[in-house]
Design a protein around this ligand. Structure first.
Ligand code: MN
Length: 202
């Protein structure tokens, strides 16, 4: 695990795809600040960038990665992470893959699509959710917090691989790709404080 403050070092390059998760002060995009951005490369290396209060301007290399068209950003529930990243850094994260959307499209035989459920059901891995509600804004994160934060990005590449197999098998890959493209619009609405579900309702 590599831990940095406020930006990725310039010499760290990701190829192909990167798994990403965030930790924040809470779930309200405009009220609760971004505290940590966790990343995992295709070869399983993890990089954690702690974002200190009022230091968002320093994240130049991180912003470059998040908007690099040649690197696919894999999230679980991209809607939240992309909203807070776009809002915090004034960017448009792209391209996006979401394992939760992929799971909902591919695994219609269940209604359990949380990351913990996915890891258990399709990888046989137990993921701890213990540190989920903790103070991510503190300057020195605990070893337990860092371990938990890392766990949230470790399996996203593998999940994507398996879910893509199911999506292709069921003829839903094209639809999934359209949904991933739609996430940018949904997060724009989120930031404009327009509820997407209401906008498209009768
Ligand atoms: Mn997380």
């Amino acid at each position: 695990m590599n831990l940095y403050k406020n930006d990725l070092p310039a010499d760290i390059k990701f190829k192909g795809s990167v798994a990403i998760d965030t930790e924040t002060m809470g779930l309200a995009i405009k009220r609760d600040r971004l505290c940590l951005v966790q990343m995992c490369s295709e070869d399983g290396q993890t990089f954690l960038v702690q974002i200190q209060k009022n230091k968002q301007e320093e994240a130049k290399n991180l912003k470059k990665l998040l908007t690099d068209e040649s690197v696919l950003k894999i999230f679980h529930y991209a809607r939240f992470d992309v909203s807070i990243l776009n809002y915090t850094f004034g960017i448009n994260v792209h391209p996006i893959y979401c394992t939760k959307v992929a799971s909902k499209l591919a695994r219609t035989y269940t209604d359990k699509h949380g990351l913990k459920n996915l890891c258990k059901d399709i990888l046989g891995i137990e993921l701890s959710k213990h540190e989920q509600s903790s103070d991510w804004g503190q300057d020195e994160l605990s070893a337990e917090q860092l371990k938990y934060a890392e766990g949230d990005v470790l399996y996203l590449h593998k999940l994507r691989e398996i879910l893509n197999g199911m999506l292709v098998r069921e003829g839903k890959m094209e639809l999934a790709n359209k949904c991933f493209e739609a996430i940018s619009t949904i997060t724009d609405l989120e930031i404009a404080e327009i509820v997407p579900e209401e906008l498209f309702q009768h």
